[in-house]
Write a new protein. Sequence first.
Length: 505
Amino acid sequence: MDTTTSRTDNTVLLQMKNITKQFPGVKALDGVSLDVKKGTVHALMGENGAGKSTLMKCLFGVYSKDDGTILLDGQEVSFKNSKEALENGVAMVHQELNQALKRNVMDNIWLGRYPTRMGIVDEKKMMEDTKKVFEELEIDVDPKQIMGTMPVAARQMVEIAKAVSFNSKVIVFDEPTSSLTEEEVEHLFRIINMLRDRGVAIIYISHKMDEILRISDEITVMRDGQWVATEAASDMDMNRIIKLMVGRELTNRFPPRDNPVLEEVSLAVKDLTGMYNQLDHVSFEAHKGEIIGIAGLDGAGRTELLETIFGLATRKEGSLSLHGTSITVDNPRQAVKHKMALLTEERRATGIFGILDIQANTTIASLKKYLCGGLLNHGEMKKDTDWSINAMRIKTPSQATKIASLSGGNQQKVILGRWLLTDPEILLLDEPTRGIDVGAKYEIYELISNLAKQGRTILMVSGEMPELLGVCNRILVMSGGKLAGEVDADNTTQEEIMTLAAMYV
Ligand SMILES: Nc1ncnc2c1ncn2[C@@H]1O[C@H](COP(=O)(O)OP(=O)(O)OP(=O)(O)O)[C@@H](O)[C@H]1O
Ligand SMILES: [Mg+2]
């Protein structure tokens, strides 16, 4: 695709000047300025809680800024709500999807602006318009499908289609790829390139360094609610971005892998087979103190493996044993009884009690532990919550803060802390560092390593190969629901893993 014409156009389309926003106990934005040029992709980076989403929500009318000015095409604007923003050419794909799950795709796209004919909703036109947008974006989704029945990735694509359907001049993507497969990421990038060629100004928020370096023209880094730097992406590299984000050099991305793997087998999985064929006779033994990575392409059955072990997905065949004794796990309750914990991939949708505070969200899975004579021991609950906040550097004014008011990445950390506190012997982690910034990732790796050193067994699924190679002792590679092979993390390469991953595709 030729993007030279649009990329040399230097007109600033969006100008945000000295934006300030205070929440109770947090100065989320402290005089932040941002210029975004027409026909460019401008990446916004920074640690969890740095203020990226808040800055964009001030633009989009979700939050009202306390101070500062916003110019769109040279005109001062101040949108009171997202409807006003959309009508004036600013669209945003949110970090947390907020869709009407009981309604169909088409309704979700046109909600609040249905085409009408003589006062009646024109279903036919709505269908045609939806199809037109989908065709243009090469999105293969039935406009009549009920939103709640679709996988998150498809719902994410609908949200993107909706943003595009407004013919916006500025489109904000707030961590759009966190639940997309590799193929879908490529698809999204084609859409973004097309929009860029049309002169749209795109703001792109992500923690995925390689994506940022690939797609963006300029990069702005924020730290603690302040602007730190704006530079051409071609002048940046990973180390420089990390240094700007974290405020110091991060010499090692992974802690030393010094957890001793013991002889004793903790969990043995034999011929595990799922009800719907996503899992096909998987067998392996996991040792005490071992960190096992699970690699594979999207759809290889990695999540199914964890969910079937945990009794969340139905098993057709196969058995589990713990320390040589056969165990029955037909549902998560039984799994928890056997000291297993599962951090799900979809934790934003399934794990967060939005109206509860951080302490409740942290302790909810271990309430039994705090029960003493029919009363909850609040002192212990407070102590454990403090541990979690400190261990992962969760950015929050207090334990009593509602989880919904934390930044996306910090919500993720709370949920991880919840499962660590259940004192699990077998810890199943599905994409544990998704949405987490580079600095905090290191802390999470350290926590994982410490748990292993205490003799626990960790199974972790990750799409990030360097993460698996950096953290795990051994890596199981899945392909088409089968175990294609296993490799020793010390003596393997990404190529070897990729070859195994492609075995049964
Ligand atoms: N509605 C709210 N009420 C109170 N505090 C909030 C609210 N929204 C955000 N904050 C706080 O503002 C700060 C910035 O949050 P923001 O969501 O902008 O971070 P972020 O850079 O998007 O992080 P992440 O990478 O984790 O998504 C955080 O400390 C957060 O807790
Ligand atoms: Mg955010």
